[in-house]
Design a protein around this ligand. Structure first.
Ligand code: OAD
Length: 248
């Protein structure tokens, strides 16, 4: 695979790198994205019936079962070459932060360490009624042992605030980086979809890797339309493995 010489040069010099990922990075692990017209989760399920506090209040069991199904799928899936390439960049770049919208835990299983999860993690739980501290939870029966309330997944639902610390870390890193990657995300959901602009406004190079065009595509410095699991490993080989990019 060929990459423009100007991109290679700039990435080799980059000291601070941020990568934002979305559901597309896990597609090659067999997990559904949200907005793909045929296979996306939101083409089969209505977000307002599953991913809101009101939906949970109406029918906790229905929502718990849907998340349990997604949790099982995530556990059965394996990290792919795209996840591993991102962990490789972290190992080699002087400073790196992964910002993910994904809740599936595949980045951690691929070896990523410096990361923030903007939308939480499906493998964690919270007490829905009282947000009880600790984790005295009966996961099997979906109940909080402290107050008897229902357990909800530790993810961000529509209408909810993102975790403050995660958003702050992501924003600061985007504003201070030399290169910002947007990978496998439709760039439609805010505030994540705004991070590339913060990076660009502060002089960073913006690179998109996505299967289909997005609102970012015409505005990115470089846009590669294709599979993250093919493009990312090729880029890592070029820049950091054979190319002598700035190391730690
Ligand atoms: P989307 O489903 O909106 O977008 C996934 C993107 O990945 C699409 O643009 C696809 O073209 C692209 N894609 C698919 N396969 C790919 C591959 N192999 N390589 C590269 N790109 C690929 O998912 P997100 O952008 O992650 O929020 O959605 C953002 C948020 O919307 C999610 O975190 C979720 C959802 O509602 C919450 O649940 C809070």
């Amino acid at each position: 695979m060929n990459f423009p010489e100007s991109l290679i040069e700039q990435l080799r010099r980059a000291r601070r790198i941020v990568a934002l990922t979305g559901a597309g990075i896990s597609a090659e692990s067999g997990l559904a994205t949200f907005r793909d017209t045929q296979s996306g989760l939101w083409s089969k399920f209505r977000p307002e019936e599953l991913a809101t506090a009101e939906a949970f209040q109406r029918d906790p069991k229905f929502v718990q079962d849907w998340y349990a199904w997604r949790r099982q799928n995530a556990l059965k899936a394996k990290p792919n070459a795209g996840h591993r390439a991102i962990a490789d960049i972290e190992e080699r770049a002087p400073e790196f932060l992964l910002v993910t919208q994904n809740v599936d835990g595949l980045h951690q299983r691929a070896g990523s360490k410096e990361m923030v999860e903007l939308h939480g993690n499906i493998h964690r739980f919270r007490c829905f009624e009282n947000d009880c501290a600790g984790d005295n939870f009966d996961i099997e029966n979906g109940r909080c042992r402290s107050c008897g309330g229902h357990l909800r997944p530790g993810v961000v639902w529509f209408g909810e605030m993102l975790p403050v610390h995660a958003l702050e870390s992501a924003t600061n890193a985007a504003e201070q980086c030399d290169a910002f990657f947007s990978i496998g995300t439709s760039s439609l959901v805010y505030p994540a979809a705004d991070l590339w602009r913060r990076a660009k406004d502060n002089g960073a190079l913006v690179i998109e890797i996505n299967k289909d065009p997005t609102p970012l595509t015409p505005l990115a410095d470089y846009s590669f339309l294709g599979r993250a699991g093919e493009i990312l490993p090729a880029l890592v080989q070029h820049i950091w493995i054979h190319g002598g990019g700035v190391g730690k």
